[in-house]
Design a protein around this ligand. Structure first.
Ligand code: URA
Length: 428
């Protein structure tokens, strides 16, 4: 049935409910170019302001899935599990997690994205490894999974093309921050990817989309319901993003830290979250009695899976990672406790140093970023290095320093308001 875009925009503008037929038509017509960008942006704004109910969100998600292909892993002889993070600063968890879960017995088909704005992208991080290839055909993906147990690669253009178009439009029309639109965008891609189970890492805090726990919980509940209704066993953790995760922010710096974790070391927050998410993924995949992830980090089997996965995608796991040419140290202004280290400030600073991109066509600097020498709660002495900034040109330091103004604080006592690493767990 054909509709008129203006009629659909008007219903949502006036707080009405869109029918399944309205939603199917508008997503299909927009994908085909029949509904114009200005009409879709008006509709996105009406949705941002007036919301959608659960049935509308489910229909919107299904219509976006139907706009493209749906992947199928039924040829594989083990259950599949995937993880999606809503994005944060220093969030390199996918890198150790995918091979770790593979080493424990599940297959991990992980379709990832690039960074935009202050949050990094998994593909940009992995591309700092010489020779590594993000773009694989479906047959190549199957081959890597069969060889290594896990594959991390770019989502092909055929997966939820309606979302690709709509997400780019939301990015430039101030309509990203809508729970129904974020939930349907993420879940349409994850359901189309064909995973049997999914663990969502919904970040909360200044460096995340969701700045407070209540909004993050609503987003998590919406996504868990969408996944469950589509037959994907889905669970969500709400985790802290009021400070950066780990001690490295930036592409090659984060790969280095991920490899430390796979070697049995690494910062405790990265290790704890990786192990927790791995256990959730194994349980969601129906493998609760699988090998313990902590053991697989210690005995080298997760590292073996990583090396195999990187090699299978053309990368050299022994290659020396790129380093930025210039560095600058920031020291503690006085003695006390580092009580605050704001994730957003650190993320924006790393982005300005060259680790991120402003437009999706921009290149990233692999070596740029920030190494953190102290984390919130640590005692520090006046003059002690707090962080090192890395960039390819010294000219980048000034704007990065501006982003860090007011982003860290040394006080006499620790801040009791820091979020716990894992705040909540949401199930169907
Ligand atoms: N990530 C997505 O894929 N979509 C959104 O809308 C937000 C984050």
């Amino acid at each position: 049935m054909g509709f008129d875009a203006v009629e659909i925009i008007t219903i949502k503008r006036d707080r009405g409910e869109l029918s399944t037929a309205h939603i199917d038509w508008v997503i299909d017509a927009y994908t085909r170019g029949e509904v114009a960008d200005e009409q879709m942006s008006a509709l996105a704004m009406a949705i941002l302001l007036n919301g959608m109910n659960r049935r509308e969100i489910a229909d919107w998600t299904q219509a976006m899935i139907r706009s493209g292909e749906r992947m199928d892993w039924s040829a594989l002889d083990r259950p599949t599990a995937d993880k999606h993070s809503t994005g944060g600063v220093g969030d390199k968890i996918t890198l150790p997690l995918a091979p770790l879960v593979a080493a424990c017995g599940a297959y991990v088909p992980q379709l990832s994205g690039r960074g935009l704005g202050h949050t990094g992208g998994t593909l940009d991080k992995l591309e700092s490894i010489s020779g590594w290839r993000a773009s694989l055909s479906n047959d190549e993906m199957l081959g890597v999974i069969r060889t290594a147990g896990a594959v991390i690669c770019a989502a092909g253009t055929g997966l939820a093309p309606a979302d690709k178009k709509l997400y780019a439009l939301r990015d430039v029309t101030g309509t990203v921050e809508s729970i129904p639109l974020i939930a349907s965008s993420i879940m349409s891609k994850k359901i189309a990817e064909g995973t049997g189970s999914l663990v969502l890492d919904v970040k909360v805090g200044s460096g995340a989309f969701m700045k407070n726990v209540d909004n993050a919980r609503e987003l998590a509940r919406t996504m868990v319901a969408l996944g469950t209704d589509a037959g994907v066993r889905t669970v969500a953790l709400l985790t802290a993003m009021d400070r950066p995760l780990g001690r490295a922010v930036g592409n090659a710096l984060e790969v280095e830290e991920a490899v430390e974790v796979l070697a049995g070391g690494g910062p405790s927050d990265v290790v704890d979250l990786t192990v927790r998410l791995a256990r959730e993924m194994l349980e969601a995949a129906g493998l609760p009695g699988a090998r313990d992830p902590e053991e697989a980090l210690k005995d080298g089997s997760a590292m073996d899976a990583w090396r195999c996965m990187i090699s299978a995608q053309g990368g050299d796991p022994d290659a020396v990672l790129p380093r930025a040419a210039e560095f600058m140290e920031i020291t503690a202004p006085e003695s006390g406790v580092l009580s605050r280290l704001d994730a957003l400030g650190v993320g924006v600073a790393a982005w300005r140093l060259g680790a991120g991109r402003a437009r999706k066509e921009d290149p990233v600097s692999f070596g740029a970023g920030i190494t953190l020498h102290a984390k919130p709660g640590d005692a520090v002495r006046k003059g002690q290095p707090l962080m090192t900034l890395h960039a390819d040109e010294t000219a980048r330091f000034e704007r990065a320093l501006q982003a860090l103004e007011g982003a860290y604080e040394v006080t006499e006592t620790a801040d009791p308001g820091l979020l716990p690493l894992v705040i909540d767990r949401i199930t169907a």
